[in-house]
Design a protein around this ligand. Sequence first.
Ligand SMILES: NC(=O)c1ccc[n+]([C@@H]2O[C@H](COP(=O)([O-])OP(=O)(O)OC[C@H]3O[C@@H](n4cnc5c(N)ncnc54)[C@H](O)[C@@H]3O)[C@@H](O)[C@H]2O)c1
Ligand SMILES: N[C@@H](CCO)C(=O)O
Ligand code: NA
Length: 432
Amino acid sequence: MSEGGPVLRVAVLGCGSVGSQVVRLLQEQAEDLAARVGAPVELAGVAVRRIDAPREVEVPPGLLTTDAAGLVARDDVDLVVEVIGGIEPARSLILSALEHGASVVTANKALLAEDGPTLFEAAEKAGRDLYYEAAVAGAIPILRPLRESLAGDRVTRVLGIVNGTTNFILDKMDSTGAGFTESLEEAQELGYAEADPTADVEGFDAAAKAAILASLAFHTRVTASDVYREGIADVTAADVASAADIGSVVKLLAIAELNDDAVSVRVHPAMIPRSHPLASVREAYNAVFVESQAAGQLMFYGPGAGGAPTASAVLGDLVTVARNHLAGSRGVGESAYAQRAVLPMGETRTRYHVAIDVDDRAGVLATVAMAFSEHGVSIQTVRQEGRGADAQLVVVSHEATDAQLSATVEQLRGMEIVREVTSVMRVEGRDE
Ligand SMILES: NC(=O)c1ccc[n+]([C@@H]2O[C@H](COP(=O)([O-])OP(=O)(O)OC[C@H]3O[C@@H](n4cnc5c(N)ncnc54)[C@H](O)[C@@H]3O)[C@@H](O)[C@H]2O)c1
Ligand SMILES: N[C@@H](CCO)C(=O)O
Ligand code: NA
């Protein structure tokens, strides 16, 4: 690089799992990054909560500060990487960075899903970039493909396994027959699940990612509160065994679908056929399956979390944002022109798998079938297992609205011939 030429100065906010790896890669790959960007990319400062805390990377003396707000307001900061997480102070810091003329890269799905539009408008107003590939499915390139590569196509559906912790737990349940609690404990012992696993297990993390995916796929604005959400805490070993019986596997799916001009965005456990590409996503891996009009089916697969994989996505964004900054231009901004309505869950069309303990006597099957038909739900398959007092009917429906299906189950639960509805789960992903 010629002496006296432009230099891009980066502030990193937060030096935890992701931040420490961003700082490490910035230092280790300085030469390549400079060549790719067209100017040296230098660390201007690293904001931390405690200067003396142990961390996984050595930060050059003098670069650490506990004053994140002061760092983003500095004149010599061109690019800001926000990897603190959470809503505040992350939001104020990003807004301040943009106001002070910096371009921003963040991995903060919670903030983007809650208040993305405020950030996008601020970036637009400032004429700066706001990139966030790391926010969904970690290292997997999925947001840029949706935003750029597929911008000429019409995406109709996105099905994602976007939470590694829950995929690890469900995979354990499937491969060992273990229950939810036992599998969660193993995930915690191995460091996949946090001590407080609520955000993952209850589907909040996946719902934030679903909102971001739906917004980009369908050129609209979807926030976390628009997303229907069910976690995996109620998935039982019996549900997983029931899925196996019909050649399926249980996954926590983030689903975004275009229905006419409205979108349906939801996160819930669902059975998918073992022949579906998403069924092969094991352990803590992530994958996003995209269906579009012209391209057909695409799958993006890889590590959805971890310090270094997530830092890879952050650095990828940083290179793009740095190039734009150097050229005085902006990358592709958000295109939320479509303003689509979000369908209530009750109007979303899906299929149900229902396992019912019944008495094995004449007329029981007809009575159960009648409950489905009274709610306008057509049955795809019905199977009986066991005999006498141990009989079980397993019904898989055709597509109907979620309201029709849940009303059917409600009615079954109140029927005298039904001893217990032992498993109810949505079925997704056609066996194509
Ligand atoms: N870890 C992953 O695998 C992963 C994957 C994808 C996205 N993300 C996202 O990346 C972000 C960071 O995640 P993480 O796993 O590195 O979290 P982390 O908790 O390991 O790191 C966050 C760091 O920020 C520091 N911090 C908190 N408040 C601060 C402040 N006011 N000023 C300076 N530092 C402050 C904390 O001390 C901590 O070291 C989050 O938005 C997260 O959702 C993480
Ligand atoms: N906790 C998330 C990783 C960060 O998004 C997961 O389990 O996938
Ligand atoms: Na990603």
